[in-house]
Every structure is written in C-alpha cells, then in structure tokens.
Design a protein around this ligand. Sequence first.
Ligand code: PEP
Ligand code: MN
Length: 347
Amino acid sequence: MIIVMNATATTEDIQAVVERLTERGFDIHKSTGAQHTVLGVVGGSVAVDARDYELLPGVGEVIRISEPYKLVGRLFRKEDTVIDVRGVKIGGNEIVLMAGPCSIESRSQIFESAKFVKEAGGKILRGGAFKPRSSPYSFQGMGIEGLKHMREAADEYGLIVISEIMDKSELPTALKYIDIIQVGARNMQNYTLLRELGNMPKPVLLKRGMSATIKELLMSAEYIMAGGNHEVMLCERGIRTFENYTRNTMDISAIPILKSLSHLPVIADPSHGTGIRDKVAPMARASVAAGADGLLIEAHQDPDNALSDGAQSLYPEQLNDLMKQLRIISQAVDRTIAPESQKVTVG
Ligand code: PEP
Ligand code: MN
C-alpha cells in the first residue's frame, strides 16, 4: 500500500500516520518528493483497510498496489532516484561511465586502467576481485589484495570504485575498499546476499540474471530496498536467448521499460551484453539513445592478454572514441556526459 500525503501535511500529520502503521507491525519507507511525502507500507500480518488511513489528517490518497514490487516502483517515487556516490551523481541528467578491466590482474594493470578511464571521461573504475567464473579452473580473481590496489589507483586518479561481491562473508573487508557493490548476474537471486545488502549503507548495482525477467530483476531490487537500502541501480547486461552469435542478447528494450516501471537508475553493460569487442560500441550508443543513466564497460590496456573477458574488452583508444560519439548522442536525448580529461599525470 502507498499513502500519498497532501502537500500541506505537517510533520506531525506524517508522524501520526507512521506511528499508527508501525504499531500494527508494518514497515514504513518514506520518500520525500518535491511536493508530497509518500509512505511505502510493506510487511505486517494484519489485513489493511484503506479507509482507516484515508481519514487521517494530512492523508491525500491511499493506493493499493497490485504489482508485487512496491518500493522500486514509480508509484512510491515519481521522481528519478539520483544516487550520490562521493559526489558522483548517478540517475541525474549526466550519463556516467564506469569502465575498467573485467578482473584486477596486478597493481600496475589497475593503475594504468585508472589512468585511461579518467582520460576518457570515466567517473567510476570497475574491476573484479572476486570473479564468478563458469569454470573452477579459470582465474578466480586477486581477492582483497586486488581491491587494495584498485582503491589506491582510484584515489590517485579521483575515481570511484565498483566491484563485485559474491558472498556475504566477503563484505566486511571488501566494504573498506569499494564504493559501489556489484551483484553479478549469477547472484541476482541470491536472496541471503540481497537481504544482507539491504542492511548496508552502500550503493548496490544489481545485474539482471541471464535468464531473469524484468519483473524478477525488480523483485530482487525490492529485496534490497525492503531492508532499508534505497540506493540501488539496475543493470541490463544481456540475457540468454536461442541466439548464439553473441554471448548474450543485449535487451535494449529493457532500458526504457525499467525506466518507466521504476525510479531507480538504469545502467547498461554492453560488454557482457554482446561478448564481442566490436559490438560493444554500437550497443553502448543504442543504450544511451534508449535512456540509460550510465554504462558499465570493460576495457583493458592489453585485451589480447587479459586474464578474463579480453575478447569483449575495448582498447583504451576505443573507449575514448566511443565517449566522443556518446557526447553527440547524449545531446540529442537532452543528457550530458563528462568531457574528455586532459592527459592525466599523477605523482
Ligand atoms: C563482470 O562484470 O565482470 C561480470 C562477471 O558480469 P556478469 O555478472 O554480468 O556476468
Ligand atoms: Mn567480465
């Protein structure tokens, strides 16, 4: 149930409604919009009668929601959610580039990555330390040591860190080094992990599972939000279909659909979405045209020798060229994107 308070409702009116609901065992999530405060009412074991609340002072409207997702939906929050990660705003007018290698491979590799990502106009450095590989014999990532290198590299170049966590046991240490926690496609329905992240004051990028529907993706985001963590980004990274020319089928249509159903920022990952280097830029361009709030792109200084996903990683110059094109496309859809930085020299 959603309770929309009147524009004239006082703090006391809102408090009284919240108290009445909490006494009856409901969890209340408050969203303060430009005009109205909206209360998302979830949980509780007693049946609710909307009339009990409609007549309370300050209440404008009580809406029953038939969709299974409540907090992620546009009814709960009309305005787009903008997540501020240490000054970088995700979900606002500016499209944000998150880029870097699939895996952190060494200290020098991640420092070089940070440099070319910054120069291309990226704001966020990606790199996996805990890798969900399909084979147990493939490189599994550098773990915490890798995260320490990435943190240092990001700090040196003024970037923010996004990295994947696969298990809740990794969280306490990893949280010291990561700004945005990535939940990978294979973990989209790991509800124990999602619940844990719901109690965390850290933004989460939630990837769509490879066989997940849009509704299932939204329900997984609801798990995180229901725990109290409202800083969730949704990521389209391709789904498994009968087509096997590409590694996955990049579902561009999911972008405008998610944007209309949910207020959460939508990020596109054309690297895993296609698995083919020369298809990454066209899908990135399409994603921006379709309304994505950001891009998550794999890039490597020496993709031919990368320890994972080299075949879908851009060369630094390709990342730079792509950003030049995105500057033109973003203008056409009334968005902005960071300008190219000057050559960066540090230290
Ligand atoms: C990754 O980002 O490197 C990754 C493993 O992604 P996904 O979970 O989408 O496969
Ligand atoms: Mn990868």
